[in-house]
Ligand binder design. Structure first.
Ligand code: NZQ
Ligand code: ZN
Length: 387
């Protein structure tokens, strides 16, 4: 296990009715910027609950709605402008990963005197941020307890992740009931996303039994509860287990001490940057193709463990087991969870951007478990295009 330092200062309030803790925001000032997405929080009543609590606590609220899935830098700029002109004290995001990520960079941009896109391109520019609070409404990204944010500039076909200790939320409210209204598509994509976070860490672990067994437990939790939530959206325990597993997949518990650079995420971010697709769907399509591409004599033992310990498969032929584990993942994503199974299904029907996307993904994944060249990534994109 490598050395690491881990500090997760986020207070989590988990469970039914925990939104009442929003009254604690008054300890951080008087003016809140409330950030939300395309309107789901107004339909399912979370907006009204939050506004009542903030009002009772004597807080003044400015609003920025309309944050897009794959949040845009233009929306971050709008939020920064509001923070600066209205002297905002703190930012509260209510929504999924896109809304929370947008709020994180707004909070950092409020303490920065140049264009916030610089903060996306160079995380060392983030030297301060307003306090960040959130109410999570979609179990997927883990942004509620991590330092990262992913922002898109579609005009340049660029989508980059940035990260800073200043962007770790101060408090996150995780009420599984708030995810009851998440669509089947987003429930499936969210499950694929948190599984990908776990697997990006898992396929690299050497002599890190603690992280490895935690990762296997998280994957089993997601594999068990994803389909229940999909078919029975108001099943509290399924939504609760997914939500908590998603948080742990990326908060450092399973990644620190063993994780190399991630590589499936940089590949997916290029697909979203060029085609604005749903993050979790892109990951579901790419992950099995990546696995088949990197399976070799050197990586065999990882795939054997994956088959045995995650999928409960058995057998003496290690190669057959390794392939069976990858097939089990495909069946789970594409049949059980109903996720798209190739790039054509998400509208990527030709290879015209493969070269440029692969070049950028290759730079973003330098140092990954199995190093990938531009040509390797083009081949993975091709494998992911097949029916
Ligand atoms: O915008 P609204 O109306 O709220 O609707 C959203 C959106 O259309 C909807 N939704 C969210 N909660 C809902 C709901 N609909 C009904 N009921 C609810 N309770 O779901 C749609 C997708 O929302 P979004 O926030 O885009 O999804 P997700 O949480 O999957 O976030 C994806 C973004 O996070 C980034 C991705 O790249 C992508 O930009 N990531 C962030 C990470 C991080 N900060 O650590 C790591 C991840 O790997 C990922 O890259
Ligand atoms: Zn992800």
């Amino acid at each position: 296990m490598y050395n690491f330092s881990l500090n997760i200062p986020t207070t989590i309030h988990f469970g039914k009715g925990m939104i009442s803790h929003l009254n604690e925001l008054k300890e951080y000032g008087t003016k809140v910027l409330l950030v939300y997405g395309g309107g789901s929080i107004k339909k399912n009543g979370i907006y009204d609950s939050a506004m009542n609590i903030l009002g009772d606590a004597g807080l003044e609220v400015e609003e920025l709605g309309g944050v897009e899935p794959n949040p845009r830098i233009e929306t971050v700029r709008k939020g920064v402008e509001i923070c600066k002109t209205k002297n905002i004290d703190m930012v509260l995001a209510i929504g999924g990963g896109s809304t929370i990520d947008c709020a994180k960079v707004i909070a950092a941009g409020a303490k920065y005197d140049k264009d916030p896109w610089n903060l996306v391109l160079d995380s060392s520019e983030i030297k301060d941020a307003l306090p960040i609070f959130d109410v999570l409404t979609l179990a997927a990204t883990g942004t509620e307890m991590d330092p990262f944010a992913v922002i898109t500039d579609l005009s340049k076909n660029e989508k980059w992740g940035t990260g800073s200790p200043y962007m770790v939320p101060t408090m996150s409210i995780l009420d599984p009931e708030y995810t009851y209204s998440v669509s089947k598509k987003q429930t499936a994509a969210g499950t694929a996303d948190m599984m990908s976070h776990t697997m990006e860490n898992y396929f690299s672990m050497e002599n890190a039994d603690c992280q490895k067994f935690m990762a296997e437990g998280l994957l089993r939790t997601m594999i068990k509860n994803g389909p229940i939530a999909l078919n029975d959206p108001t099943n509290y325990d399924a939504r609760a287990n997914l939500m908590w597993a998603g948080t742990h997949a990326i908060n450092g518990n399973v990644g620190e001490g063993c994780s190399p650079s991630w590589c499936v995420h940089p590949m997916e971010h290029e697909l979203s940057a060029f085609y604005d697709i749903t993050h979790g769907e892109g990951l579901a399509i790419l992950t099995p193709a990546w696995m088949e591409y990197i399976l070799s004599e050197n990586t065999l033992n990882y795939f054997v463990d994956f088959a045995r310990n995650v999928w409960g498969l058995s057998g003496d032929d290690e190669w057959a087991l390794a392939h069976a584990g990858i097939d089990a993942l495909k069946k789970f994503f594409f049949e059980t969870m109903g996720l798209p199974s190739n790039l054509k299904e998400v509208g990527i029907t030709d290879e015209k951007n493969f070269e440029i996307m692969a070049q950028k993904a290759c730079e973003g994944s330098e140092g990954s478990f199995v190093p990938l060249s531009k040509e390797d990534i083009i081949e993975i994109f091709r494998m992911a295009s097949r029916d």
